[in-house]
Design a protein around this ligand. Structure first.
Ligand code: F6P
Length: 387
């Protein structure tokens, strides 16, 4: 019998966090279960900071469906299996503090912890599951790169924001005969760039999975000029890189602490400058940044988040733990967190968006790739061959 459950939201914010929280709380209340929220993700679990969540008063989980961010906060720097601790002499060391979290969960008698987050969050969730804690994951990230699911919540809102930006950039490009570059998020997976390029009618999309060759990009732009179109619109993932080249790093995240601590950004400006020189057309870059993560979720994300939240609570009621809610072939389902973690099995091993993590990248057989190629979107390689 479940009596008391808790939610934690972890990783970069996305639109839809609150919709998931609301759905879990509502489903819990319908089953007479008390629901709590840990503050700032795994940090709250470590510090044992939590609040009661209910829909019976206006101050907590009520009226939050359209609200961006997370009412219980979130943290991008809270791997409790490898936690940064400052020693008395000022030196820094990393410690596995997960057992403190386990004790906190047991002391307060939480029957299940819902972990809302991306691959790093779910790696830790799986590690807690191995330590005997009942966990159920819900896949979040605007990058859409969590393994074993077709879609994460927050992604559709990011794509919609990027598509709207492309519509707006089109008008300036067309009016001033310019190349308009839009840099979007997507560290190691180019889903946002690819899907928004199709939604926003872009001519070129550069994604991390296909190292680009500018000669094909220039060819596409010049082809358009021959058709009398003296402008082009390009979407570039922040993690895109040229053949034989590297990603552009803007600085460090989380003060350079922990894994995956590089801050990407700048590739859009690099590409715009190079294309200006190579084509003679004026080029401008716009970096969309956190606009993609903030604000109200789309109707699609509200529904997806609600489905995920309700499913997560149903799984808990069934006693099915150690799983992630997923959408597979259009159907709401669950998969084992072991499968989500993939080969990254070792407890406490690096989590976060790294080479070891089992993230879902754009697959060359995916319908979005085929569709983009069919309509002549240049993906940084030979766009004249319909691959
Ligand atoms: O992983 C999600 C994401 O939004 C990436 O697309 C982006 O590179 C990163 O988070 C930015 O994170 P931060 O909030 O640390 O700048």
């Amino acid at each position: 019998m479940l009596k008391k459950v808790a939610i934690l939201a972890n990783g970069g914010d996305v639109s839809g966090f609150n919709a998931v929280i609301r759905a879990i709380v509502k489903t819990a209340e319908n089953n007479d279960i008390e629901c709590y929220g840990f503050i700032d993700g795994y940090n709250g679990l470590l510090k044992n900071e939590f609040v009661r969540l209910s829909t019976s008063n206006a101050s907590s989980a009520s009226g939050i469906l359209p609200k961006g961010g997370s009412i219980i906060g979130s943290s991008t720097n809270s791997n409790v299996f490898h936690y940064k601790v400052k020693k008395d002499n000022g030196e820094v060391e990393y410690k596995d503090l997960s057992d403190v979290c386990v004790e906190n969960i047991k002391k307060d008698q939480f029957d299940c912890i819902f972990t809302l987050g991306g691959d790093g969050t779910q790696k830790s969730a799986r590690d807690f599951s191995t330590k005997g804690i009942n966990v159920i994951g819900v896949p979040k990230t605007i990058d859409n790169d969590v393994a074993c699911t077709d879609i994460t919540f927050g992604y559709n809102t990011a794509v919609s924001v990027a598509a709207e930006a492309l519509d707006r950039l089109h008008t300036t490009g067309e009016t001033h005969h310019r190349i308009m570059v839009l840099e979007v998020m997507g560290r190691y997976a180019g889903w946002i760039a690819l899907e928004s390029a199709i939604a926003g009618g872009a001519d070129i999309a550069l994604i991390p999975e296909i190292p680009y060759d500018l000669k094909y990009v220039v060819d596409k732009i010049n082809h358009r000029r021959k058709l009398g179109k003296n402008f082009s619109v390009i979407v570039v993932s922040e993690g895109a890189k040229p053949i034989n080249g590297d990603i552009v790093v803007a600085g460090t995240r989380n003060n350079g602490e922990g894994v995956d601590n590089i801050k990407l950004g700048g590739i859009g400006q690099v590409v715009a400058k190079q294309l200006e020189e190579l084509t003679g057309l004026e080029a401008r870059n716009t970096t969309l940044g956190y606009m993609q993560r903030g604000g109200t979720p789309t109707a699609f994300d509200r529904v997806l988040s609600t489905k995920y939240g309700a499913k997560a609570m149903s799984l808990a009621l069934e006693g099915k733990f150690g799983v992630l809610t997923v959408i597979k072939d259009g159907r709401l389902d669950s998969v084992s967190l072991e499968d989500v973690v993939g080969a990254n099995k070792e407890i406490g091993a690096v989590s976060g968006n790294t080479e070891e993590s089992n993230i879902r990248k754009v697959n060359m057989d995916h319908d979005l790739v085929k569709t983009a190629r069919s309509i002549g979107i240049c993906l940084g390689d030979d766009w004249r061959i319909n691959k």
